[in-house]
Design a protein around this ligand. Structure first.
Ligand code: ZN
Length: 390
């Protein structure tokens, strides 16, 4: 480790420890304990800096024993325990802190916030919820407590409470929560749709649009509702609007959109819309959809010509696979065998490929999720663009 860096980091701490230790020394018998304490403190810090958490814990435990009023040491210890997954010990440290008399309000609320995080980590969500709610009521660390509460309600899929608390957070901090709240309304709409409460689903979608007029997911759910109700032309309108709102989600929107075009007998409209996408969207999905459309309408030759011309401009393994499929049946004998091998190889190339990635944390997924399973952000999982993917 860079020595100069260590010096810069540790000098102010050394000054602080020295001051605190000397103040303690006056109150106590001698200076012996002082040097022992500060050297312990340095050793603990060193272990922490070197990520030797076991040794750091040992030293900080000793410090906490010596010196019952260093709240910071206890907080550091509790944090360490939680980070190492020793949640029970973290809870004990923080509970001990909270129950201590003479603790300042500021320190007590910090300890409560930490204890709440311990509870979340331990899966004791009811306890965490009531603790964070208390902190919000006390107006202590309210934004942090609200964020934790929103995370808990999302986990419990209690979308009404998640909405209520997101609105409070927005009012308190001025941070725009509208896109997230729109997602919560979409969750409610989808749940109502699945339970057959269609009017209720539409009402929730209206609220989602009120939060975020260009909410892709709300357009998609509208398209799905319309299609299920047999309103295929209206479904096409909604799905097209979803792609206009954010074409990044196109791979998931295209299959139901194509079905609605077919059911509403609007294949000319389908061709026009897909062709307009070729200029502004660089993935392979519209190319594959148009290839299928041309095969049905104009025959195999027209489809292969179109696909070949497009693949020269945007090389794609999925496009290649479509080309192999289209060409394979036209040849016989050894050439046919070779095509089978090629097909097998391209299938292997695509197998196990993550097709989606979270733009915030990098989490890779084969299927689309509206909420990232890893970092819990909304609408951040998007199709990967590249030769072997979209
Ligand atoms: Zn993520």
């Amino acid at each position: 480790m860079n020595f100069l860096y260590l010096l810069v980091v540790l000098l102010p701490i050394a000054f602080g420890v020295g001051w605190w230790a000397s103040r303690r020394a006056v109150a106590q018998r001698s200076g012996v304990q002082v040097s022992e304490l500060s050297s312990d403190y340095f050793r603990g810090l060193n272990y922490l800096l070197n990520e030797e958490q076991d040794k750091a814990i040992e030293v900080f435990l000793r410090l906490a024993e010596y010196n019952h009023d260093t709240v910071e040491t206890h907080l550091a210890l509790g944090n360490l325990f939680r980070r190492r997954g020793e949640v029970d010990r973290a809870i004990r440290v923080h509970q001990h802190l909270v129950s201590r008399s003479g603790l300042s309000d500021a320190m007590k609320t910090i300890a409560l916030l930490e204890l709440g995080e311990d509870y979340v980590r331990a899966g004791l969500l009811d306890r965490a919820e009531s603790l964070f709610s208390d902190l919000v009521a006390m107006k202590a660390h309210a934004p942090s407590a609200l964020r934790h509460l929103i995370a808990i309600y999302q986990h419990e899929r209690d979308w009404h409470k998640a909405i209520e608390h997101a609105r409070r957070l927005e009012a308190m901090t001025g941070e725009d929560q509208a896109p997230t709240i729109a997602q919560f309304y979409c969750e409610l709409a989808d749940r109502s749709r699945q339970h057959g409460a269609r009017a209720e689903a539409r009402e929730y979608l209206q609220r989602a649009f009120a939060c975020q007029p260009a909410c892709v997911r709300a357009f998609m759910l509208t398209g799905q509702l319309e299609a299920e109700d047999g309103h295929h032309a209206a479904s096409v309108d909604a799905y097209e609007a979803a792609i206009e709102a954010d074409s990044a989600f196109l791979p998931g929107i295209l299959p139901p959109l194509l079905a609605s075009y077919a059911r509403s007998h609007q294949m000319d409209r389908a061709e026009k819309f897909l062709r307009s996408l070729l200029d502004r969207y660089h993935g392979v999905s519209p190319v594959l959809a148009l290839t299928r459309l041309y095969r049905q309408r104009d025959g195999e030759r027209a489809a292969i010509d179109f696909l070949t011309a497009q693949l020269r401009q945007r090389p794609s393994v999925r496009g290649l696979m479509a080309l192999i499929d289209a060409t394979m049946d036209k040849v016989e004998g050894e050439a046919h065998e070779n095509f089978l091998i090629l097909r097998d190889l391209t299938t292997k190339l695509l197998e196990g490929q993550a097709m989606y990635r979270c733009s915030r944390c990098g989490f890779g997924a084969k299927a689309h999720h509206w909420q990232c399973p890893s970092c819990k952000s909304w609408s951040t999982i998007r199709p990967i663009h590249g030769v072997a993917s979209e």
